[in-house]
Ligand binder design. Structure first.
Ligand SMILES: Cc1ncc(COP(=O)(O)O)c(C=O)c1O
Length: 431
């Protein structure tokens, strides 16, 4: 019988040697996770950058439990008090006039919901444009919208998504300075909308900062330029804020940070305080789905909605946007100082707690330091810090430092001390 990846992954452990043994997490609190041997780790991954609020925050746990006692599951064609409350809250904090809200449980489905709503509002259009190196999920449609993932065996069955180039300040594809590259990429985008695809385009979908594709932030001119092109061409603009939303950049939304309002925002990860929740916010001028057009069985999952409301209230009450901004300045300054001593650090990326470094063997050629990056992760684990790794389109040399936004300054400092230490050790022991 053929084995799928997930069957292999989740099979119980064979008695013989277990390959690629993973850390077995048994407990999480705030910025810490604990394994089955009782070891404590500072979690600079915030579990796939989702625990913007520290893990197992009691306000979130209690809200979800109270909700479970009231009503645990309701079909999406019913209202529930928690659905109304969360929708009102999201309308309050949403960018621009995005007061229509749709829910699902995964960011991938949120991206698909956004594409569906774009098609609904541009009925003649069957094309979506995304950016090369973008990432929008792992369902079939979103795999097609993302960079070609190395583990994607589904390539021949993709919807009509065209990926266009974007500026990349550290690794400019065209060898230009960031502003010139931004201007050229904008020209290419507009040209693709007008002439590069068969028929009209419904939407341009992009992450404000590309997360999985390599922590790539664009020049400010690019965000404004994309908005202007979408307006000129009658195309909707979707920001996929699954990673950037809920305070990670030091503002509630990246669109506020870049001062560009999209027509639709995809959200996920950080909203649920550890519970699965995702969805979209859409401009109030857009037509919304008719009943049945978007009806997922667990589209409205009350415990997740209650957890989300508690999470947003906690983000506000604890001033986590401001905290992320302050931590980000501190982390970036320290990393830039480290860069003067540690030759491996090719680039330091931010803003807020969307922090990463790219490791290179040579700052001129920018040869990716893959082995060294794996070593940072491995040695970090030994010293009690989990750093984020990235395959970064095959470069595999990005270290992400994206802990919960409410991490203490002391723990952030300790994580950066460990990073400094392991980089020093690796530079000495490199093959
Ligand atoms: C920007 C972005 N969009 C969508 C997704 C997909 O979210 P999920 O894994 O919850 O389906 C991710 C996940 O990493 C993401 O980073």
């Amino acid at each position: 019988m053929l084995e799928t990846v997930s069957q292999t992954r989740f099979r119980s452990e064979p008695k013989a040697e277990v390959k690629n043994k993973k850390i077995n997490l048994v407990k999480a609190r705030g910025s810490f996770v604990y394994d089955d041997a009782g070891r404590e780790y500072i979690d600079c991954t915030a579990q796939a950058w989702s625990n913007n609020l520290g893990a197992n925050d009691p306000r979130v746990v209690e809200a979800a439990i109270a909700q479970i006692h009231d009503i645990m599951h309701a079909r999406p064609n019913f209202d529930t008090p928690i659905l109304r409350k969360l929708t009102a809250k999201l309308g309050e904090i949403a960018p621009g006039r995005q007061r229509q809200v749709g829910y699902c449980l995964h960011g991938s489905l949120g991206s698909e919901m956004a594409m569906k709503l774009a098609f609904k509002n541009r009925p003649q259009a069957r094309n979506i444009i995304t950016l090369q190196d973008g990432y929008h999920g792992r369902s079939l449609a979103t795999l097609g919208a993302s960079w070609p993932h190395p583990n994607n065996p589904f390539l021949p069955i993709q919807p009509r998504v065209t990926r266009v180039p974007h500026p990349d300040p550290y690794r400019p594809r065209l060898g230009m300075d960031p502003e010139a590259e931004s201007a050229l990429c904008l020209e290419l985008l507009e040209d693709t909308i007008r002439k590069g695809v068969d028929g009209p385009v419904a939407a341009v979908m992009m992450e404000p900062i590309q997360g999985n594709g390599g922590h790539i932030e664009f020049p400010r001119s690019f965000y404004k330029g994309v908005r202007e092109i979408c307006d000129r061409q009658g195309v909707l603009l979707i920001f996929d804020e699954v990673q950037t939303g809920f305070g990670r950049l030091g503002t509630m939304w990246a669109s506020q940070y870049y001062d560009v309002v999209p027509d639709i925002t995809v959200f996920g990860k950080g909203i649920g305080g550890g519970f699965p929740l995702a969805g979209i916010l859409a401009d109030e001028g857009l037509a919304w789905f008719e009943e049945g057009e978007e009806a997922l069985t667990f589209g409205q999952f009350p415990p997740s909605l209650a957890a989300a409301l508690a999470t947003i209230e906690a983000i506000e009450a604890d001033g986590l946007c401001e905290k992320a901004a302050g931590h980000g300045v501190y982390a970036t300054e320290r990393l830039k100082e480290m860069q003067t001593r540690r030759k491996l650090i090719g680039d330091v990326r931010c803003p807020g707690l969307f922090v990463a470094i790219e490791l290179v063997r040579d700052r001129i050629t920018k040869e990716p330091a893959r082995w060294e990056s794996q070593e940072v992760y491995r040695r970090g684990v030994e010293k009690g810090v989990l750093f984020g790794e990235s395959r970064y389109l095959g470069l595999g040399n990005l270290i992400k430092i994206k802990p919960p936004l409410d991490i203490s300054r002391e723990l952030l400092e300790r994580s950066l001390d460990v990073l400094d230490e392991v980089l020093g050790d690796i530079e000495e022991s490199r093959p």
